[in-house]
Design a protein around this ligand. Structure first.
Ligand code: FES
Length: 251
């Protein structure tokens, strides 16, 4: 974990709601892997607000492209104060043929960096967008990615997720990574876990991962604000997350 400066090189709008911001970064950040992220502060001077959590979608030699909402404005040459790398890479299985990415009521941004890497390793990827995630337009994503739009029916005691070939998709995936809206992650992840439990006889370990995105005040494991209770311990998302095996989390 290191505090450095990044410089915005280019900004490109990629759909109605999001833009890609290319950052020139130092070598320590260009080793970023799928699942890791940055804490960014646009101003060099001190201010009382927490850093923003920025998710990479592409990394290259001394550059990282992050995806940001179009509501935020950036200009080439702008200097960003960056703390990183935050978290651990996603733990993909050694033998992996198929991956399901699932975004529920949130843009799929935290999951996107996996796609070129998985496809480049001949791993088939399907991305299911549920609820308000369907508003995220995907034309800029690789054509080999299968994108499926689904819907969510929320009842007081249950949540019904529906998408075409749902049972097949769930049975087909070797691993699943899920991002949900941040307003109530535990509740939403528990609904997702329940659906997988209903569709499979058993939800094995190392299969279904929630990508947790709590507020990260420090990002270095010092404040304990990002602690998530798990079966054997308490897990800090900023140091051991963001992806946790949902069968091991106390939801
Ligand atoms: S953000 Fe402070 S311990 Fe994780």
């Amino acid at each position: 974990m290191k505090e450095t400066q990044a410089v915005i090189q280019r900004v490109k709008q990629i759909n109605d709601t999001h833009q890609h911001v290319v950052l020139a970064v130092d070598e320590s950040l260009s080793t970023i892997k799928q699942g890791q992220s940055l804490l960014a502060r646009e101003s060099e001077s001190w201010h009382p607000y927490l850093r923003e959590h920025w998710w990479p979608v592409v990394s290259g030699k001394n550059s990282i492209t992050v995806e940001r909402p179009t509501a935020s404005r950036y200009v080439p040459g702008q200097v960003i104060n960056v703390l990183g790398l935050v978290g651990q890479p996603f733990r993909f299985r050694r033998t992996l043929r198929t991956v399901l990415l699932l975004a529920y009521d949130t843009p799929p941004t935290p999951l996107l960096m996996t796609i070129p890497w998985l496809l480049g390793n001949n791993i088939a990827v399907t991305m299911v967008l549920l609820g308000s995630a369907t508003e995220y337009k995907t034309e800029h994503l690789p054509p080999e990615l299968e994108v499926v739009l689904g819907e969510v029916k929320v009842e007081p005691d249950s949540t019904d997720f529906q998408w075409p070939s749902r049972v097949t998709t769930v049975g087909w995936a070797d691993q699943v990574f899920v991002a949900v809206a941040q307003d109530n992650e535990a509740h939403r992840f528990s609904r997702v876990l329940q659906m997988f439990g209903d569709l499979r006889n058993d939800v094995p370990k190392n299969y279904l991962f929630g990508v947790f995105r709590p507020t990260l005040p420090c990002g270095v494991g010092a404040c304990y604000a990002c602690m998530i209770p798990t079966k054997d311990a308490q897990t800090l998302i900023c140091t051991d997350g963001p992806a946790l095996d949902l069968t091991l989390v106390k939801l």
